[in-house]
Design a protein around this ligand. Sequence first.
Ligand code: XIL
Length: 498
Amino acid sequence: MDSSLRQRRRTTRIALPTAVLLLVGGTVTIQSVGTAAAAETTLRAAAANAGLFFGVAASPNRLTSLVGQEFSQLTPENDMKPDRIATSSGGLQNTGGADTLVNHAQSNNMLVRGHTLVWHSQAGALQGASQATLNTFIGNAINRWGSRIAYWDVVNEALEDNNTGRRRNQWPHTMNRDANGDGDFFDAGDTDVIRDSFIRAKQVVQAGGLTTKLCINDYDVEGLTVQGGTQNRKANALYDIVRTYRQYIDCVGFQAHFNDNPNSIITTDLQANIQRFADLGVEVHITELDIDDDLSNNDIGAGQAENYRKVVRACLNVARCTGITVWGIADSESWRSSERGLLFTGGSGNYQKKAAYHAVLDELNKGRDVSTDPTTPPGTPTTPPATPTTPPVSPTTPPTPTTGCSATVSLNSWTGGFVATVRVTAGSAPITGWNVRLTLPSGATVTNTWNANRSGTSGTVQFSNVSYNGSVNAGQTTEFGFQGTGTATGLTPVCTAS
Ligand code: XIL
């Protein structure tokens, strides 16, 4: 099971000693006996040891027992798209398929990625809707499943094809207005469907006290470069969007539909690109992975397996790359079946593992190879952050004025691991430094931290500000995060200001 080994993985690659599970008075303890560990035999268990989830996209008719055995996260392949669930006024309909998937995930301890709220494609009755109607839909969809959805793709595929670095020119992007004509939609007077949709989504999450994280998702954004070494302008444009709207965006999805299109290949700078987004403080996910057999001369054996290794390794080597999702189970059931790009052959519940499956499992079992704890400051935006046209996100109940500081924590958990986001709010006076103390339940271990210095990894752990986030104005908030293995429920942070 996932839990048997999960406590011992650190962020550096180490040889695991063999673990012996002891049941002492109902408490599971782990003893190390010093020889090489048996590798995990499922993708989800191996991923959990390394501190990430391994997921799959599926429809209700694919929910065999394999799904919960191999995968710790589920994305509805089609059942949460607007053409399935949205009415023209932003209400909900036909949520049965989505409910089935969410329930299946919950009963198998899997995270859910909601997919997707604002998208030019598969828009159904929302096609052509105003921002106000989109906002209604965003509220209804987020509230329907609440914190049962760990991650929502709020905006999908906002950027144009062919490495132009521009926004799309189809609805909903036709609502965008570049008021001062400076070539972007980031200015206070501009209209930006990305910004306005994220602001709405953040308001809904905060008003409901939800733990749901809000993501932007796209394809052909995976490498720093594209074929031939040209800069990946689409990736750069996404980076500027995330940097500018960082206060509303929690996570970035790289779809990773790799194929022989010059902009869709696997480049050697994939890891570096994941890292630069991670350095903004967002989680990065590989969200829709499939790898065309064209990229391995039609070899779906060792050649394709090698490509899968590259992608999994790039994620593992960035601490804040917290999940990988494949876009389907078997080649025959894939949206691009002719590319034979997935981890299983067979179909209809009778699946055979491909070489790519074994390669992914093996790579996950090697664990992360992360040399530094990422406390690098988030990038400084070149463009000033936009002043939202809609009112700023604020909690429904204003915090009681206090001097000093207060802290709240939100958790995203999967079997064997978690990511915690901590918000530090200054009281009625400005502060110049802060310290947050919290006690982790036994068995939980912090593996990495961002935007804070940390002392300790288990039991009582202390976090203090880094150079760039110690000064917080009265009533204002700053955020830091940490990731760990084990279970971290019931955290009560205590904040002290200096
Ligand atoms: C695809 C599904 O896999 C297909 O079944 C459907 O016919 C079309 O959409 N990017 C996305 C996904 O964000 O939603 C798409 O899924 C694949 C590309």
